[in-house]
Design a protein around this ligand. Structure first.
Ligand code: MG
Length: 161
């Protein structure tokens, strides 16, 4: 199922490397020995988790159904317009950040504000899709990968799951 999730993200212009760039940007100041490769590895480990895969499949499917115009109203309009008070996109994303506890939550809150890299591109509609769920899900995957690196504490992601 991990490959399917990676494929679904790719269809929206989101690669492992683009997510890892955000992780590297956030964590390299705390872990000077951190490599870009270990950030990619952390993203892969996050995407291996079943609850992360389910959250991604659910949110990305809702974005796709909104693009195709086949969600029932009023949900269709809410998701298509990324209604600010909707908030369920963030709630689904929390299922991802929760995997690594409160550090993930802090990074997610930060990324939700700053919209680093690919998150900002998704949010600005640079890609011609509905990305109401996608931007939060990608921020959550990046935040969880940051938390994993922080938990492994030396920037080495070899030993933990
Ligand atoms: Mg959103």
């Amino acid at each position: 199922m991990k490959d399917l999730v990676i494929q679904k993200l790719k269809e929206r212009g989101v690669s492992i490397e683009k997510v890892a760039e955000i992780v590297y940007e956030l964590q390299s100041e705390y872990f000077p020995n951190l490599t870009f490769e270990s950030c990619c590895e952390a993203v892969h480990v996050v995407l291996k988790k079943r609850e992360v895969q389910y959250a991604l499949l659910t949110g990305l499917a809702l974005d796709t159904l909104a693009e195709e115009g086949i969600l029932p109203e009023p949900l269709l309009g809410i998701v298509q317009n990324d209604e600010p008070l909707y908030g369920i996109d963030e709630v689904i994303a929390l299922a991802i950040t929760n995997v690594y506890g409160s550090i993930g939550l802090t990074s997610f809150g930060y990324l939700d504000k700053t919209k680093h890299g690919i998150i900002g591109e998704l949010n600005d509609g640079k890609y011609e899709y509905v990305n109401t769920f996608a931007d939060d899900l990608v921020a959550a995957v990046a935040a969880a990968a940051c938390a994993r690196i922080a938990h492994s504490s030396v920037g080495s992601v070899e030993n933990e799951d």
